[in-house]
Design a protein around this ligand. Structure first.
Ligand SMILES: [Zn+2]
Length: 264
């Protein structure tokens, strides 16, 4: 039922060069914030002090330091639940979550379904609820994370799971990579009018110094080549790049991911 609390209020905190730490206002306690992937404590503490809000919880998508590095400092100041995946590489976790489980914070009015999304890392999870998706480094706007630990079959399945979420789902990912991702997306799929249109919009948004996020799953389905591995133009481009025919969508995904790794 909590899942139907609409319109989460979410604000970004910038960290490092291009990370976003998302701060969710608790629907039942608007002066309480939940931090998603606080890689650095300092900008979170600064925002809490600026806004006069308290920290009420921490959600973690995966073990990379730029997503968890601030947790130790934050839990020293605030004794709050720290919710993340089952992974010994993540310290300070008070609740370990698995695929299909529900992460409930009833006193805050928050409830998320946990989606296991292996690929970028093997234990990576995403939090989905209230029409919002917090997906760390699995999915980016117009792109996806590097495949550090998983296989193309695993990561393609993870992205397909996210692609099937409702189109109005607002997607909050961990990095501001949209403009560079769109350059690659349009190299793969140059006639994609939605991607062209979005590229112009993102250029304006970024020139004004604003985040290109959140995106929506509906938009991502149209512009993100990694969610379009069954699209004829994308398949053809991947086959041309690989110099062979590709039977499965995971094969198309694998070629696109390796192509993007080399793309400048
Ligand atoms: Zn990462």
């Amino acid at each position: 039922m909590l899942n139907h609390v609409p319109h989460l209020s979410v604000r970004p905190v910038r960290a490092f060069t291009d990370n976003y730490i998302w701060l969710i206002s608790a629907p039942r306690a608007p002066d309480q914030l939940v931090a998603v992937d606080p890689g650095d404590a300092a900008p979170v503490i600064a925002e809490l002090q600026r806004s006069g809000a308290g920290l009420a919880g921490i959600l973690l998508t995966h073990h990379h330091l730029d997503h968890i590095g601030g947790v130790a400092d934050l839990v020293r100041r605030w004794d709050v639940p720290v919710i993340g995946p089952e992974d010994p590489r993540i310290a300070h976790c008070t609740r370990r979550m698995h695929d299909g489980e529900h992460c409930e914070l009833p006193e805050l009015g928050l409830s998320f379904e946990i989606l296991a999304v292996p690929g970028h890392t093997l234990s990576h999870i995403a939090f989905w609820g209230h029409g919002a998706l917090f997906c760390g480094d699995t999915l980016f706007s117009a792109g996806c994370g590097r495949m550090f630990e998983g296989t193309p079959v695993q990561m393609d399945a993870s992205l397909t799971k996210l692609r099937n979420l409702p189109p109005d789902t607002r997607m909050y990912c961990g990095h501001e990579y949209t403009a560079a991702n769109l350059r690659f997306a349009l190299t793969v799929d140059p006639a994609n009018s939605a991607a062209l249109e979005h590229q112009a919009k993102v250029a304006d948004i970024r020139a004004a110094g604003n985040p290109s996020l959140p995106s929506t799953m509906g938009l991502e389905r149209r512009i993100n080549p990694f969610l379009r591995c069954d699209n004829l133009a994308v398949v053809k481009a991947a086959e041309l790049h690989a110099g062979k025919s590709l039977e499965e969508t995971a094969d198309v995904f694998g070629v696109l991911r390796a192509w993007k790794d080399q793309f400048r």
